[in-house]
Write a protein that binds this ligand. Structure first.
Ligand code: DAH
Length: 328
């Protein structure tokens, strides 16, 4: 009897819907029982075997059964969605009481910090900082600075040549000509940056190092101005008690020329060179040498943090080892 079969199928569907553990499962049950080719729909085929007075009753029973199952599926679907949402929320829950994840904090490289200190002190003394190029013209690196054509420093073996007219600058002093060819005095200019020389690398020599150069042209400039500026810089970097010493030295671009040293503990430590700008350079710039004179100095930067922090190997600055860098 199809009517009994209807009851059996409905009971089976009832059970399956109640047991369904997910909305996907419900989707499948909906197709299985109520779909166009579903088991209830299939029962309609058997309607032909019924006496004609029972056909409408069976039709009604079938529709009523479909409606009940549809309602049941909807109710179960609602139950499941509440449950599934709760599970999802549980899985995605954020424990706001957990401690935060620490981010490693960056800090300044000791050379960068030193160069910033240099700038701070020199800007305080009226210097304007200008960057020059690392790849420099031979003209500015040597010719402008009064190097004679056969000077040993110009030997290709001493520097990194780029092409016939360019090299990696061997000194930040190269900025002088670049500035002087288009500026009129008075001025105070400084620059700090990388320099390069063809050196065998060891604990105290590197092919890549840093310098600061400062120069000023004005009326009545003397060695006393130079010494005052350098003493102020040294005190700003190493403390109020540091003293600066000048001793005669030679550089083609200064006359007179001096070696600059500071007293460190009970030794004198050489930091670089300085002097009064050579009249040949002032003349080349078109300045009236009766009226104007200038001073210039150039110091190695790398030594400064080495002294300050007791670093004994210059190579550490450039090999990016965090075990070293994290100490500053
Ligand atoms: N450029 C020189 C060097 O690398 C240092 C120096 C000496 C710079 C005297 C100057 C200066 O500006 O006047 O050894």
């Amino acid at each position: 009897m199809v009517t009994e079969e209807l009851q059996t199928i409905e009971a089976e569907a009832n059970q399956a819907i109640t047991d369904a553990g997910s909305s996907e499962m419900l989707d499948r049950l909906q197709v299985e029982f109520l779909g166009r080719k579903g088991r209830l729909t299939e029962l309609l085929r058997g309607i032909g075997t019924l006496p004609s007075d029972q056909k409408p009753l069976f039709g009604q029973a079938l529709n009523a059964s479909k409606e009940r199952l549809t309602g049941l599926i909807a109710a179960r679907r609602e139950e499941l969605s509440v449950q599934e949402r709760a599970e999802r929320e549980q899985a995605e829950a954020i424990d706001v009481t957990l401690p935060g994840r620490a981010r490693p904090q960056g800090r300044l490289h000791p050379l960068t910090a030193t160069m910033q200190d240099i700038k701070r002190v020199m800007i305080g003394q009226g210097f304007e900082f200008v960057d020059g190029p690392d790849i420099e013209d031979y003209l500015y690196n040597f010719d402008w600075l009064n190097f004679p054509p056969d000077h040993p420093a110009m030997d290709e073996q001493m520097s990194f040549s780029v092409d016939d007219t360019h090299l990696l600058r061997t000194q930040t002093t190269a900025l002088q000509g670049r500035i002087m060819q288009h500026r009129q005095p008075p001025f105070r200019i400084a620059t700090v940056g990388r320099c390069f020389r063809y050196e065998a690398v060891d604990a105290t020599h590197h092919h890549t190092f840093h310098q600061v150069d400062g120069f000023s042209v004005d009326e009545g400039i003397s060695l006393a101005d130079l010494k005052g500026v350098l003493a102020e810089l040294a005190r700003g970097l190493f403390g109020p008690d540091v003293t600066v010493r000048f001793r005669p030295d030679f550089f083609p671009f200064v006359e007179p020329g001096v070696e600059v040293a500071i007293r460190w503990g009970n030794r004198w430590l050489e930091l670089g060179g300085a002097g009064l700008i050579h009249p040949n350079i002032l003349r080349r710039a078109g300045y009236d040498t009766e009226r104007y004179s200038g001073f210039a100095f150039g110091l190695g930067v790398d030594r400064m943090p080495m002294l300050r922090y007791g670093i004994d190997d210059l190579r550490l600055f450039l090999n990016n080892d965090l075990r070293f860098l994290q100490q500053f």
